[in-house]
Ligand binder design. Structure first.
Ligand code: AMP
Length: 466
């Protein structure tokens, strides 16, 4: 088995790795680090939780040290682009830990906060800059930063940047870079736009793929409860109240939904905090810190706000609402069962959402046993967001639930750009909230009148590649 000491990393980095308590490299690290140290371009297909941040940041730091040279004013030598401010901050936190025994200068810039302190931090030049695309572009256009001499660039969570509408900005940014650079692209999935981005901007990249989406979820117990919308509040309370529920992330489809869940849990005697695009940067950081430290054991989040965030020890993921996009289910439940531990994911499924459940089952190649009702989809059922009918008011925006772009007001909440409306963090969206938490629509169909809050192991895998 490879050891960090055998990878050829600089001594100050090895010392920092030892201090982090890492003993062996994760598979993505063992495979990517040696390639990246040679300066090769790389496409990494890996999800959060695989150790990908260290897989790219350790070689970046190593090469910054090995080929030390002064950074010009308002320039950076290495650039990491991340889709959301949370992910950018998390990357910096990791990279700063690995670089703590060096004199390398790191800084992070993202939207939703005042630009002036960022301009000041960029002024003397930085070795490693971690940025979200929109704010980075702002600083470039005002002359606060020049990127024409960047030696190494990383596009992290490229598929999420695509989801958030950043692709034109990314392409503009890439076109400003010198050709003599190392380019690294990480993505959990490889839709064709990401493949074409890699073809256009990477040179003979090595491809390293770990943990296909189905692998980590095998360790997660996946439960489904079929119930009425009116039953969800009590079901959630019953799930979260027991002591063995150490630390849970509850996902809602909308920001309003997240707030409402926090309020209702409060009324039911359970303290929870929310993160979503309408919260200020400060509020989001405070909420995450409280959750990480364990002072609050329930975090309520929307997809965009939560994606990419690494919080160890999450025992439960609760889908209070199923996501409109099936792939988001895999990302959500991947918040638990980190670092070899097991986790439990429970989805509360309303009658109108059974069609979404079907799509999720198709994606994960596995049947999920449900409590509460038969899993039959009424003939007249429509996908949420498919344009009226079906009794529910979910979804926002047209199209089926396999659309890549998140629906309604969640579409751009976590990134810094493109912004809409008032230009504040997460900006006031043009689209109205999707109405998922209105509680107004009266669902009909199976499961009515029942309330099941017991948990049971998920059903057997339908096919062997599950
Ligand atoms: P990432 O996929 O980069 O978000 O990393 C997921 C988590 O794994 C983070 O908490 C890292 O600190 C941790 N981690 C990364 N590499 C290792 C390693 N080699 N051994 C143990 N933990 C690691």
């Amino acid at each position: 088995m490879t050891h960090f000491h055998d990878l050829g990393l600089a001594k100050p980095l090895i010392q920092a790795i030892d201090a982090s308590g890492y003993t062996t490299p994760t598979p993505i690290q063992a495979r990517a680090i040696p390639k990246l140290l040679t300066g090769s371009d790389l496409v990494g297909i890996a999800q959060t939780g695989t150790g990908k941040t260290a897989a790219f940041s350790l070689p970046l730091l190593h090469r910054l040290l090995a080929y030390e040279q002064p950074v010009g004013a308002r320039r950076c030598r290495a650039l990491v682009l991340a889709p959301t401010r949370e992910l950018a901050a998390q990357i910096e936190e990791n990279a700063a830990r690995y670089a703590k025994n060096t004199k390398l200068r790191l800084t992070t810039i993202f939207g939703g906060v005042k630009p002036r302190p960022q301009i000041k931090a960029l002024e003397p030049g930085v070795d490693l800059l971690i940025a979200t695309p929109g704010r980075l572009m702002d600083h470039i256009s005002t002359g606060a930063l020049r990127i024409d001499r960047v030696e190494m660039v990383v596009l992290d969570e490229a598929d999420q940047m695509l989801d958030l509408g950043f692709m034109p900005t990314i392409r503009q940014l890439m076109a400003k870079l010198t050709r003599k650079r190392q380019t690294i692209l990480f993505s959990a999935t490889m839709p064709k736009q990401i493949r074409s981005l890699a073809n256009d901007f990477l040179t003979n990249p090595v491809e390293v793929s770990v943990a296909p989406q189905s692998t980590p979820i095998e360790r997660i117990e996946q439960d489904v409860q079929l119930l009425e919308r009116s039953e969800k509040r009590a079901a959630l309370r019953d799930l979260l109240a027991p002591r063995e529920m150490e630390r849970a992330i509850v996902f809602t489809r909308t920001k309003h939904g997240a707030n409402r869940v926090v309020t209702n849990l409060g009324k039911d005697g359970l303290t929870a905090v929310a993160i979503h695009g309408n919260k200020s940067q400060n509020q989001r950081e405070k909420a995450l810190a409280a959750f990480r430290e364990g002072t609050v054991r329930i975090l309520v989040a929307t997809d965009i706000a939560a994606r990419g965030i690494d919080i160890p020890g999450v025992s439960h993921v609760i889908n209070y609402d199923l996501p409109n996009v099936s792939e988001a289910y895999v990302h959500r439940i991947g918040r638990t069962a980190r670092a070899g531990t097991d986790g439990v994911a429970v989805s509360l499924v309303e009658p109108d959402d059974r069609i979404l459940l079907r799509d999720i089952e198709k994606l994960i190649g596995r049947h999920l046993t449900a409590f509460g009702a038969e899993l039959e989809i009424p003939k007249d059922a429509k996908r949420p967001g498919s344009g009226g009918g079906g009794g529910g008011k979910r979804g926002g925006g047209g199209g089926g639930n396999r659309r890549r772009r998140p629906a309604g007001n969640q579409a751009k909440s976590g990134g810094d750009k493109p912004r809409q409306g008032n230009g504040k963090p997460g900006g006031k969206p043009k689209a109205k909230p999707a109405g998922g938490e209105s509680g107004q629509s009266k669902p009909t169909g199976a499961g009515q009148g029942r309330r099941r809050v017991r948990r049971r192991k998920s059903g057997p895998a339908k096919n062997s590649n599950a």
